[in-house]
Design a protein around this ligand. Structure first.
Ligand code: FE2
Ligand code: FE2
Length: 188
């Protein structure tokens, strides 16, 4: 009887253990596929000199503007998938990657309050104009970029699902980068 019970326990243990390994493998494969899809989406922009130039500008803490933009793109992409928000992936990732494509270091505006205030409200429009000029992005992507500073720019309200996700992801990343917790929380 004791031998029978031990054999049964071992058999059940093996079934569970095999199922766990299978689940872990499946989760890993999904995670890798997700990352690959994301890198494919941002890949076409990564070698463009103007996009690369954002690496030279500091955004928050020790994160560059390019690092911040990739963080916002990644969090937007992840939130869309994990929360089943069904936003258009291409619009979302493109808008997130280019939302701060204003191409200067905003710290240079720090010494002058008026210039700094102007940057806060205008940089989304400058980023959008730069993106349109270089990439001819569609209207929906443009609107998402222009409204990413809501509610700081109170009149530029996000009007699409993509714009709302980008707006939230931007706030989250700015906070995490400012307190220098990016690495711990899976950001750049
Ligand atoms: Fe911004
Ligand atoms: Fe931003």
């Amino acid at each position: 009887m004791l031998l029978f019970q031990t054999n049964m326990t071992n058999a059940v243990y093996h079934v569970f253990s095999r199922e766990n390994t299978r689940r872990t493998k499946r989760a890993k494969a999904l995670k890798n596929a997700r990352k690959e899809r994301f890198h494919e989406m941002i890949g076409e922009y990564r070698n463009i000199p103007d996009v690369e130039s954002m690496e030279r500008f500091v955004q928050h803490g020790n994160t560059s503007t390019l690092g911040h933009s990739e963080n916002v793109a990644w969090i937007s992409f992840l939130a869309n998938e994990k929360l089943h928000l069904n936003a258009d992936e291409k619009t979302l990732v493109e808008a997130a990657l280019l939302h701060d494509f204003y191409l200067y270091d905003w710290h240079d505006t720090k010494s002058d309050r008026t210039v700094r205030k102007a940057h806060r409200h205008n940089h989304s429009d400058i980023a959008c104009e730069n993106a349109v000029e270089r990439f001819e992005i569609p209207k929906k992507t443009q609107d998402a970029i222009r409204s990413h500073m809501w509610p700081v720019s109170i009149k530029k309200v996000p009007k699409s699902k993509e714009a709302a996700i980008l707006c939230m992801a931007d706030k989250y990343c700015a906070f995490v980068e400012t307190i220098r917790m990016s690495k711990r929380l899976g950001l750049k």
